[in-house]
Design a protein around this ligand. Sequence first.
Ligand SMILES: Cc1ncc(COP(=O)(O)O)c(C=O)c1O
Length: 393
Amino acid sequence: MAFLTEHDAIYKTKEDICAHVGDDYAEYKGAIVPPIFQNSLFLIPTEDNGAPSIGYNYTRVSNPTIEVAERKVAALEGADGALCFASGMGALTAAIMHFAGAGRHVVMIRSVYGVTRVFLTDFLEKRFGVAVNAVNGDSTDEILSRVRPETSLILLESPSSAVFKLQDLQAIADFARPRGIATVIDNSWATPLYQNPLAHGIDLVCHSASKYLGGHSDIIGGVAAGSRELIGKLSGTRFLLGANMDPHQAWLLSRGLRTLPVRLARHSQSALAVARFLEAHPRVRRVLYPALDSFPQRDLARRYLSGCSGLLSFVPDGAPEGIKKMISKCRYFQHGVSWGGFESLIVGISVGADEQSAAAGDSPANLVRLHVGLEDPDSLIADLDQALGWLDR
Ligand SMILES: Cc1ncc(COP(=O)(O)O)c(C=O)c1O
């Protein structure tokens, strides 16, 4: 757990935050990047009178290398503090368990990351007596209509990462906060560069740091950011669950964060070029990307997102077999799950029938998700162009 310090307060822009927040470790022999404290325990510091003083004691509680990454993400999210976790799921499950419990009720956006959904419905609901309602998520009225007296949590993901549904964060937070209902959002797609949910009244922001924050497809990690009070309490939950990040992962995360602004700008530009190419292609029925004028929730996207990252979906005009062929013929877009790294990826996505409306009634099996990486955008477009030619062959 780390909170922002006086040193961190100097840095105001996101570029400066990424570069310098948390970097007051020059006392360690002038190190320009943080040392990796790859140790499990620290000796208990003592006062002159022999009493133990506050300091590091065990890495499951806190660790100086991990705190560097925590301070960067806290500053980027406009939070008092942040906590790193072993994975995005570690952050999300700790946050959900912190607010949910037997006899309590959770309202969840149906299009949240599939594993989060399964955790709530198959694990907490079936085995631990937490009531869960899944809602479509593109209508605030629908979300709020499911709230009950025992609702303790509204779980959001905006935009979600397959059908890109957005929620009106301010309206939901304005409703939830006075009623004592917590709001938690998975902000992995937008990253703290393009959306800051705490500024709209959301209580806790979670990230899969395995995506853009790490940015090189070489770490699994998660982060949660929020108020001093909430991060303090959540740190107790992390201590119990043991889903803390390893110091070496945290070091790689800080390294990734330093270049986040330049990487994301490139992902964003290239994804828009790819999305526009696809939208104009005769063999593409629909493109889902919040930066496009055709995006169904474009007004909400303009209101909440200061940019769009590199993940988008499209519906090719072809049969499932042709789509599989098309995917297999891509050369730059490699066939793989996940996203947020330097590399371009393509994967067929299966979404539930209730999410089909977002894909305009198309068969869910026909949704294809692209992660637009840092390669030359012209190479990426040429790759898709040739691959789409395989739809009927
Ligand atoms: C939107 C979203 N949230 C959370 C996660 C989980 O993150 P992790 O794989 O780091 O546990 C993922 C992973 O794919 C994701 O796509």
